[in-house]
Ligand binder design. Structure first.
Ligand code: DGJ
Length: 378
């Protein structure tokens, strides 16, 4: 009898552990309960792999239409397998008792990304910041720093980068053109002016606009800040200083006047790939992709990476890119991380995660999958 009981206990334990370790599936667009059974609240997010765990940082949204305003802060979750998420709490809290603070309650704080600086041992978070009550006019990037991956992160500053500095790929001729800044943006003349840096010139003294953004750390530990600038017309890629807390004067304009938002970068076989979107507010649009041999460009357009029906491709499977996760321990394994925004009830936003596939020419693409697991990469 005693033997029977111990065999039974061993069996139960075995069953328990095999269930625990079972690789769960990723079901894009569904509710993703965390360890407390609550849908993960980390929108416009990014991922940091640190000491054996993935940390997902994203915008904490609240119910309703106003839920896109920053009322709480940046939420952090951790996971060892990218499917079981533990709520690690609010990593960066917005400031409730100072109406004048850059990250006061009701500001817009979007697309936070965290990177780890191996030299300073600091966790560095950059995000898109719009000051309270100014709509999307401020177009700033904000910085917060922590000693522990899950925080608390301390707000450091917000700014418009590279004030008084020209991008490396801006010509002498472009620098000398004078503009009538009241010129109509969407005319041939307006578009030519934007391509040639009308907004860049306008913002030269005060610093460049910085909205949708991501960060990328290269193999040599150099980090880059990639953001929608120049009234969302042109992407800027900027090199961060060695401590990741400032911008170097080294930056470039990418795809002038092509209106790219939601940039996400990954590197494979020495090449840099970018997923991005067009600019249509919270509504999805056809995705974009690009490749470069050097992160500072030149970048070559690779077209819409979403492969499906025409209707699916038009809306990128009803998603907008936010990050690409390199899966640790698996070769050439990358996950497209996108948001399915719910502007009427922001907290209900869903996550669209799909494996990045590569065609025979090595060009990345994304196909819809109702349900998949990391075994896909094996
Ligand atoms: C699209 C951006 O990608 C989002 O992060 C957000 O800023 C919305 N626009 C606001 O309309």
């Amino acid at each position: 009898m005693k033997n029977f009981h111990s065999t039974l206990s061993a069996l139960i334990l075995l069953l328990f552990f095999s269930c625990e370790q079972e690789s769960k599936t990723i079901k894009s667009g569904e509710i993703w309960p965390d360890n407390n059974g609550i849908h993960v609240n980390a929108h416009g997010g990014g991922m940091l792999f640190h000491e054996g765990k993935y940390y997902w940082f994203g915008e904490h949204k609240i119910e309703g239409k106003a839920g896109n305003k920053a009322m709480v802060g940046v939420h952090c979750y951790s996971s060892k397998n990218l499917t079981d998420w533990k709520d690690e709490g609010i990593a960066l809290e917005i400031i409730k008792d100072d109406l004048k603070h850059d990250i006061t309650e009701g500001c817009v704080l979007e697309r936070p990304k965290v990177i780890y600086n191996k030299t300073t041992k600091k966790f560095v978070m950059w995000f898109h910041l719009e000051l309270k009550g100014q709509g999307y006019l401020a177009a700033r990037t904000g910085l917060a720093v922590a000693d522990k991956v899950t925080g608390p992160y301390t707000f450091v500053k917000s700014l418009r980068p590279n004030a008084g500095q020209w991008p490396a790929n801006f010509t002498k001729e472009q620098k000398t053109v004078e503009y009538d800044y009241k010129m109509k943006r969407w005319t041939d003349e307006g578009r030519t002016a934007v391509v040639n840096g009308m907004f860049l010139k306008r913002d030269f003294e005060g610093g460049q606009m910085s909205r949708d953004m991501t960060l990328f750390v290269d193999d040599d530990e150099k980090a880059y800040h990639i953001a929608a600038s120049e009234e969302n017309g042109t992407l800027h890629i900027r090199e961060l200083t060695d401590d990741y807390l400032n911008f170097r004067d080294n930056y470039v304009r990418v795809f002038p006047d092509e209106s790219n938002e939601a940039p996400a970068i990954f590197k494979k076989d020495g090449k840099y790939y970018m997923f991005a979107s067009g600019c249509t507010g919270w509504a999805p649009n056809p995705g974009r992709s690009a490749v470069a041999n050097n992160i500072m460009g030149p970048w070559t357009n690779l077209g819409n990476p979403f492969k499906g029906t025409e209707d699916e491709m038009k809306v990128s499977f009803d998603s907008q890119s936010t990050y690409v996760i390199p899966v640790i321990g698996k070769k050439d394994a990358f996950i497209y991380m996108g948001d399915r925004w719910m502007p009427e009830d922001a907290i209900d936003g869903r996550y669209i995660w799909l494996p990045v596939q590569f065609d025979e020419k090595g060009i990345p693409y994304l196909e819809w999958m109702d349900e998949w697991s990391l075994d896909f990469f094996d």
